[in-house]
Design a protein around this ligand. Sequence first.
Ligand SMILES: [Mg+2]
Length: 321
Amino acid sequence: MDGLDSSAEYIGASCHVSQTATTFIRLPHVSYTLDVHADYYHFFNMDSSPTIAGFKYDCLLFDMDDTLYPMSVGLNLACRKNIEEYMLKHLHMEESEVPKICLDLYRDYGTTMAGLKAFGYEFDNDEYHAYVHGRLPYEKLKPDPVLRSLLFSMPQRKIVFTNADQAHVHQVLNRMGLEDCFDGIICFETLNPPNYTSVPTDNHVGSSFSKDCNKVESGRFQSKTQILCKPSVEAIEAAIQIANIDPRKTLFFEDSARNIASGKAAGLNTVIVGSSDLVPGADHALNSIHNIKEALPEIWEIEGDQQQMIQSPAVETMVLA
Ligand SMILES: [Mg+2]
């Protein structure tokens, strides 16, 4: 989350895992050489993906903030306030300029954090996340047994793909009672491991803040920072490689219109969440993630035999409750 709008998450977090293997991912068309450690992504069922032959989709990729819960919870706004406070108190920016710089960097670099790094501000990633996420009013998030039952009823692999840090992901999923609903989590630390180095793709460091460097062009957000995050297509392509998924067989759920556009550019099937209207690049629109069964029954249907819908444990749970 980024605290700026529905798309604004700070790249993803994941669960710590005891594996020691290191996976090197090279993206040939960008300057990044990702050194993605197994410590920063966790696939609970790496070797036990469900058999889903016959289904239209074999993987469901979920953004987290403002997608698994509604923006009306208020975490987004609180996050933005924390970010602006961090810029004021820790980076000693001029108070009157902070809101505009915060918004400009978010828009131009994907997240305010990524923009600050690109402009040469040096700060510890963990300290930043602790300040902007660690002080969020998490008590506003409540357990969501309906969503939990829906997730468990879906036969596909389910992966969280967020810009937020892993501590934030743990907080959100645990508060919502969803911590065991996913097969994997891709987060900030997954794409930006602590010892990773990269070369900025341009020389904006030291230049003035401006609005003219918005790189959302033709549906492709061009990364130009040291931080890899949505909405860059490179970040989404990295997540696709890490999770080893076929984008043509994957549904990507997102509340951010620009992340949807990048997801489509990366070849994913896309679902805009939190809106009943389609946005550019969206294949489906969901007002709420709770409407998923009505809007996307094909998740539970075997192709060519729509009578054979899988019985949803969600229904049974709700009846019993
Ligand atoms: Mg979001």
